[in-house]
Structures are given as structure tokens and as C-alpha cells.
Design a binder for this molecule. Structure first.
Ligand code: PLP
Ligand code: SF4
Length: 354
């Protein structure tokens, strides 16, 4: 179905054929807590006849979101514990997050920042707060990289983005500017010449990490949008969340990672789902995640391998959790397993003259 306007309410979902009218009350109850937004590009991708459609599951609200489990928390990755000034999260010495905006073109039902993003959330950083955030970056020479996230920084106008980038241009110790965004996939037409010029206006090396979770999201339009960015000299990375019922399958993950590589987007992170409130129905276990990334290792090119990471709850940062191929068996002696599960002594037996 062609949809030319974003879906923003439970009623919109019903009229777009994405929600049965009998579930309107439920969806409204969920929407009172967590906003709804689905762009035309994404609404058009949903198969209305598939009750488990992986695109619908990411964006159409579900009653399960109102069930909060004891381990879930409003700030699952501890942003607030590392925020020296509004809009900045400084957890690692050499890089900061700059959260200029708290709205997104779509609202993902599994979002790790769901308590902070949304039209009723914090909105856009006020000019004085932005001044303080920029001053913080300028005042900390150890900051080598500025990561714009949110919210989705690419919802800002090209003019606003350019203003911000010009301010970063003047900070000599910042060498890298990275954007985390879902826009190339969910609103690819937004990635036009003006927006791309704005992203690059810092004059720094510019990276864009594009968020997508299912190979069907990598449409012709999304591929073209990423292509425009790469052609303009932007380095593209991918970021995906491992999600039950969406991509917890080796074939789906392989197709997703291959799709990224085909579009010149280097797979970067596969995130273990965070403990955001009301997202238990999306979670897989770490053991399941490890089995999936192991299957991926055997099946597809090294170019297609993301790093499987967990953001440790409480603000301790990200840790790779793919499990190890190497075991220590003695002093300087190891056993290394290959992609087919075979085990090999290292150094090889007999190679040390014994
Ligand atoms: C995820 C994150 C980063 C970026 O980490 P990389 O491993 O460099 O991608 C930086 N700061 C904070 C606070 C983060 O949560
Ligand atoms: S686009 Fe990112 S920040 Fe926005 S709702 Fe989705 S996961 Fe959350």
C-alpha cells in the first residue's frame, strides 16, 4: 500500500491496515507511554498478511511493551551516570556522544533510549545547552571523536546540522565526527545533496553508522541513499540489534550483513538487546547470540562479520561477547577451534622439538 504521510497514532495504524480495529485500545495504551512513528518507506514494506512481519514487529506497538521485568531499567546503558553537561555523554576518554535531538523518524519498539526519546521527550537541545556542550568538547583536548546520536541527528535540518558542524570544525583536537542514524533506511529521500554537505561541513573525517535490522529494510532507495553518502566520501558502518522474531536466525543475519557489504556499508556492531523497559519479548539469551555469530563466521565472508557487543548495564561501556575460539591448556599452550568446530593445538604438537 502506498502511504505518503508518516503514521503517528494508533488510529493511523488502523487506517493504514497495520492494526486490527479490535486492538486500538491496546495500542493507544502503549502509545501513551511510548510514541508511535512509522515512515512511509517502512509502512510500505510491511506485509499486511504476515502476522509476524519483521518490519511490523519493529514499529507496530504491542501490549507486551507494558510488561516490565525486574531486571529492566529506564536508563539501561547508564547514559545519565556519565553526562557532565546536558547533551554530552562522556564514558570513554577519547570520544563523546553529543545528543542534539531526542526525536526520531520512526520509534522502534525495542529502543534502548525509549524513556528519553519521543515527541514528548527532551526535544532539541536549547541553544545555550548546545553552547555548553560545544564548550565542553573544546575544553577537553582528549576528545578525538564526536558521535552524534539521540534521537536521530539526521532529522535536524541541513541548516542546523551545518551550524553544528561548523562549530566542530574550529576544534582542532576533534578529528572524527560520527553520526548514528536510521534515516538512510527509514527516510532515504532525506539524504540529499544539502544534507550530505551539512554532514561533511566539519571538514573532519566523517563516519555514518546506519541502523538496520532486517535485510528487507535494505531497499533500492536505502541502497541509493547509502551510495550517495559513500560517493561523497563518507565512511559507512552498520549497526543492528539482535532481536527475537526479527533477525535471530543465521540466514537472516547473513543476508543482512551481505546486504550492508554490497552497499559499501561495513558491518560494525551487532548489539545484544538492552534491558529497556517492556522489551523482554524481543530478547534472546547471550548463548543464542553467540551461536548465531558463530554460524555467521562459518557461513559468510569476513567482510560480513560484525562485532557482537553488550552494553554492560549501569554505564560500564560495551564489551564484545562473541565467545572465544582459544582456550589456554597449559603454560604457553592453547587449543584453537576452527570455523567447522575442529580443534587444534597451538603451537602445533611436535613443533617445539618434543
Ligand atoms: C556506544 C558508545 C560510544 C561508542 O562506542 P564505540 O565502541 O566507539 O562505537 C561512545 N560513548 C558512549 C557513551 C557509548 O554508549
Ligand atoms: S531510531 Fe534509534 S533512538 Fe530512535 S527509536 Fe529507533 S532505536 Fe531508538
Amino acid at each position: 500500500m502506498k502511504q505518503d504521510r508518516a503514521i503517528r497514532t494508533a488510529r493511523d495504524l488502523v487506517s493504514a491496515g497495520l492494526l486490527d480495529a479490535s486492538r486500538l485500545d491496546e495500542a493507544e495504551a502503549v502509545a501513551r507511554k511510548y510514541a508511535i512513528a512509522i515512515t512511509p518507506a517502512m509502512a510500505g514494506l510491511i506485509d499486511r498478511d504476515d502476522p509476524d512481519d519483521p518490519i511490523a514487529r519493529q514499529f507496530v506497538p504491542d501490549m507486551a511493551e507494558l510488561s516490565v521485568t525486574p531486571e529492566e531499567r529506564a536508563d539501561p546503558i547508564g547514559d545519565l551516570t556519565h553526562s557532565p553537561v546536558e547533551g554530552i555523554v562522556h564514558r570513554y576518554p577519547d570520544r563523546v556522544l553529543l545528543k542534539a535531538v531526542h526525536v526520531c523518524p520512526v520509534y522502534c519498539r525495542f529502543c534502548f533510549r525509549r524513556e528519553m526519546v519521543g515527541p514528548e521527550g527532551l526535544g532539541t537541545l536549547a541553544p545555550e545547552a548546545m553552547d555548553r556542550a560545544i564548550a565542553y568538547i573544546a575544553g577537553h583536548p582528549e576528545i578525538w571523536e564526536v558521535i552524534l546520536t539521540g534521537g536521530d541527528p539526521l532529522v535536524l535540518s541541513a541548516r542546523r546540522l551545518e551550524e553544528m558542524m561548523v562549530r566542530l570544525r574550529d576544534i582542532a583536537h576533534v578529528k572524527i565526527v560520527r553520526f548514528h542514524t536510521r534515516v538512510p533506511v527509514v527516510e532515504p529521500e532525506r539524504v540529499d545533496e544539502k544534507l550530505i554537505a551539512a554532514l561533511k561541513a566539519s571538514g573532519k573525517t566523517t563516519y555514518v553508522a546506519m541502523h538496520a535490522n532486517h535485510p528487507r529494510e535494505l531497499t533500492e532507495a536505502a541502497r541509493a541513499a547509502a551510495g550517495r553518502l559513500v560517493d561523497a566520501g563518507v565512511v559507512m558502518l552498520s549497526q543492528s540489534v539482535l532481536l527475537r522474531g526479527i533477525n535471530d536466525d543465521a540466514d537472516v543475519l547473513a543476508a543482512l550483513m551481505r546486504g550492508f557489504v554490497e552497499m559499501r556499508v561495513k558491518p560494525y556492531y551487532l548489539h545484544h538487546p538492552d534491558l529497556a523497559p517492556g522489551t523482554a519479548h524481543f530478547r534472546v539469551s547471550i548463548a543464542e547470540g553467540q551461536a548465531l555469530v558463530k554460524a555467521l563466521r562459518g557461513r559468510v565472508s569476513g567482510l560480513c562479520q560484525p562485532t557482537y557487543v553488550l552494553d554492560i548495564p549501569g554505564g560500564y561501556g560495551k564489551a564484545p561477547i562473541a565467545g572465544s575460539n582459544v582456550r589456554v591448556v597449559g603454560e604457553g599452550e592453547y587449543v584453537v577451534s576452527d570455523w567447522q568446530g575442529g580443534e587444534h593445538a597451538y603451537p602445533p604438537v611436535g613443533s617445539r622439538g618434543d
